[in-house]
Design a protein around this ligand. Structure first.
Ligand code: F6R
Length: 237
């Protein structure tokens, strides 16, 4: 595990963007696993600047996002497809046909999950997977459970997760109750994983995830077993 402590959120965002940009420079046809949420917003902003300054070319990459709410289509501004378009894809030269987000509107979510896993495998797996962490230790929407779920699957969202995400919606009731998320296999098979966390309120769960027992009760703890884990933090330690 490589631990990068940064001095503030801007510094964290710059360093996270630098790792992603280096990945793309070194391997222009990289498969990037991407996350939504508040944590990566600054890094995406930085990547947009890097693109505009001519420092990085996204034309060869493919992206696969971790998760999506069930019941929201891509035009809904709370959907993760909308978030990705709005924060990154619309502002860089990525081929939008090579950006993938699980389809939370699929009639058969089991098939959607299986197809998503097949897609990732057919791309040769993920080169670099970016992750945030939930207050309950979730990664993607893999909530605390009795076992680690391997495949992309539908998940009932934890009350804590819905409460934490209510800040993006009009009310708690408006937060979808379920989502579709990449499972642990695609995440753990990524050639590199970068998890980012900032702020005191993530401190306890990050310590549990990185240094506590490996347990599906703290889903991110499985990352201790990843051979190429990059942890970028500010205000955690
Ligand atoms: C988002 C995702 C989630 C978030 C996590 C942290 O695609 O998969 O696991 O990374 O909920 O969210 P923030 O960054 O908003 O604290």
């Amino acid at each position: 595990m490589r631990l990068i402590n940064t001095k503030d959120y801007n510094d964290l965002s710059r360093k996270v963007a630098n790792v992603i940009a280096s990945q793309v420079v070194l391997k222009p046809n990289s498969v990037l696993g991407l996350a939504t949420g508040s944590s990566p917003i600054g890094a995406y902003e930085q990547l947009v600047n890097d693109y505009k300054n001519g420092n990085v070319d996204f034309s060869g990459i493919t992206t696969v996002n971790l998760d999506e709410y069930c019941g929201l289509d891509g035009t809904n501004d709370q959907s993760y497809r909308y978030f990705m378009n709005d924060n990154l894809f619309n502002h860089v030269n990525v081929d939008v046909n090579k950006t993938f987000v699980p389809n939370g509107l699929a009639a058969d979510l089991d098939s959607e999950g299986a197809n998503y896993d097949e897609l990732i495998a057919s791309l040769g797996g993920i080169d670099l997977q970016l992750l945030g962490i939930g207050h309950n230790g979730h990664i993607g929407f893999n909530e605390p459970a009795d076992f680690f779920e391997k495949a992309t699957h539908r998940v009932e969202l934890d009350t804590k997760t819905r409460e934490a995400n209510a800040r993006f919606f009009e009310s708690l009731e408006a937060v979808p109750t379920s989502a579709i998320t990449m499972g642990m296999q695609s995440i753990m098979l990524a050639k590199a994983v970068m998890i980012i966390a900032s702020g005191k309120e993530k401190s306890e769960i990050m310590k549990k995830a990185l240094y506590g027992p490996i347990t599906p009760r703290v889903p991110a703890s499985i990352l201790q077993l990843h051979p190429n884990l990059i942890v970028v933090t500010c205000d955690i330690f």
